[in-house]
Design a binder for this molecule. Sequence first.
Ligand code: HMG
Ligand code: MG
Length: 300
Amino acid sequence: MQIPRKVRIVEVGPRDGLQNEAVPVQTAHKIQLIEMLADAGLKHIEATAFVSPRWVPQMADHAELMRSLPRRNSVTYSVLVPNLRGLDAALEARVDEVAIFAAASESFSQHNINCSIAESMERFAPVFQGARAAGVRVRGYVSCVLGCPYEGDVPLARVAEVAGKLFAAGCYEISLGDTIGVGTPARTQQMLAAVAEQVPVEHLAAHFHDTYGQALANVYASLEMGVRVFDASVSGLGGCPYAPGAAGNVATEDLLYMLNGMGIESGVDLDRLIAAGAFIRQSLGKDTRSRVAEARRRRC
Ligand code: HMG
Ligand code: MG
């Protein structure tokens, strides 16, 4: 398989990045972050999650954020929705796109959305219907594609089955989430080969967390399999409150550095992206930064 010459980056920092932070982030700072990410050239930004504020308090300002966020025609602002209630609120807030999230592991599904995998599929049916009626596209996530915090190994046949069901139900793209960041390149390729039997590779995205430092290697392995869409989080923020111990997503800056080095086009400006990372780190009072931002700081 030929390595793609062009990829799309889905920036999930404002959602995946901030959902797991102990320090509450002001809505105005979230908006400034999203604006800086758009200034950097990111065309698909997952802005927030219309989930229960009891479950994820960090996303409780979802409606206010979407109300105040300046929109750009060139940018798709998507949000997570777990159920019809979330969809209705998201549509009222004029989102461009919604993302539903299922899991390949029963235990993670129970912990994350309080229902079985089969129940989650039933819950998504009216979400598809409502989104279709409103002319809004639905993206689908499958979590725990390379391991589960509660069950360990997850059978690849189950990953492929859940991905296939979401695609058949109407998701235009399936993002495969290594939620706890345990995957390695060979396993990533086995997983993608299994899923590609149910969902054409041009409809797949990869979403790597970097717990074991394998995220970029897994991106490379996915490129070799023809994947052209990668989720990433500015400054490597991220994690899931229901996946204890998981590290952040692959840092968008590090992903971009690798893509640039390979001559793969993404339309994103590295300096502006580093500035967005510096801004949110300062807002969070964090010292850690992407490897690329750290290397720049040391003038390497
Ligand atoms: P539940 O407790 O079973 O549902 O939660 P419920 O219907 O009994 O509702 C509980 C409360 O939430 C009620 O309020 C509802 O009104 C309210 P109360 O009466 O207790 O005050 N509620 C809502 N509020 C706002 N928006 C809604 C909504 N729905 C109900 N949409 C539920 C079920 C799905 C709501 C809950 O489990 C939930 O919100 N889970 C979200 C968990 C989450 O956001 N996890 C992180 C994102 S997934 C992830 O990070 C993985 C990913 O990055 C990919 C990867 O890395 O693998 C995507
Ligand atoms: Mg994630």
